[in-house]
Design a binder for this molecule. Structure first.
Ligand code: MN
Length: 220
């Protein structure tokens, strides 16, 4: 049975796949020690059962000493297709939310160094936390704020217009490589300000009308 996310308008959205993109805000690329690069965006995936919904209790994962938050704008597809145009891709989005791409940063650095895939750093159980989904309607303005507060202090804040590749462009590119489908989600990348979480932290992520509260469990 596929996991679901609650819809603001009632009912549940069945989740099929969770796509993610890395390095989609230039300031975050720089804070990670890289240089913004043109070309194919860095796509990766999380398994659907990595999903946690609103109000989540996040268990501090094993095998890391540097467990990071990445707040991200998330879009949900109501239909799919292969080789979509950017306009078709935009029109396929039915809802949005705000999410956390939780990351074992120390392990990710080691995997990058060894040229290995990122799965063990990015795709563990509970690594994808997402809010209630809000109807997309006409989409969100580029001036819309994406923000994460931890224990009442702002850790990450940007506007959606700062994304290197916009939602339509990301989905257009992704749909060349895979046939997208209803139920697919896309995490659209994190802005600068990523950093460590510790047990007991309380998180509040917001983007447009989407709002996500979560906390890191006191004991792992
Ligand atoms: Mn991310």
């Amino acid at each position: 049975m596929s996991p679901t996310l609650p819809l603001r308008t009632g009912g549940n959205f069945p989740v099929r796949r969770i796509y993610c993109v890395g390095q989609n805000y230039a300031e975050h690329v720089r804070e990670m020690g890289g240089a913004p690069a043109a070309g194919l965006p860095c796509f990766f995936m999380k398994p659907p059962d990595a999903l946690l919904g609103p109000g989540a209790r996040i268990a501090y994962p094993p095998e890391t000493r540097d467990f990071h938050h990445e707040v991200e704008f998330v879009v949900a597809l109501g239909r799919g297709g292969h080789r979509l145009t950017a306009a078709e891709a935009q029109a396929a989005v039915v809802a949005y939310g705000v999410g956390l791409d939780l990351t074992r940063r120390d392990l990710q650095a080691e995997l990058k160094r060894r040229g290995h895939p990122w799965e063990l750093a990015k795709s563990f159980s509970g690594s994808a936390v997402i809010s209630e989904l809000v109807p997309w309607n006409e989409g969100l303005a580029p001036t819309t704020t994406l923000r994460l507060e931890v224990n009442g202090r702002v850790r990450q804040e940007t506007t959606l217009g700062m994304m290197t590749h916009g939602v339509g462009e990301l989905l257009e590119i992704l749909s060349r490589y895979d046939t997208l489908a209803a139920g697919d989600l896309l995490f659209t990348g994190t802005p600068a300000g990523v950093g460590p979480l510790v047990p007991g932290d309380r998180l509040l992520a917001t983007c447009g009308e989407a709002r996500l509260e979560a906390h890191v469990a006191d004991t792992g």
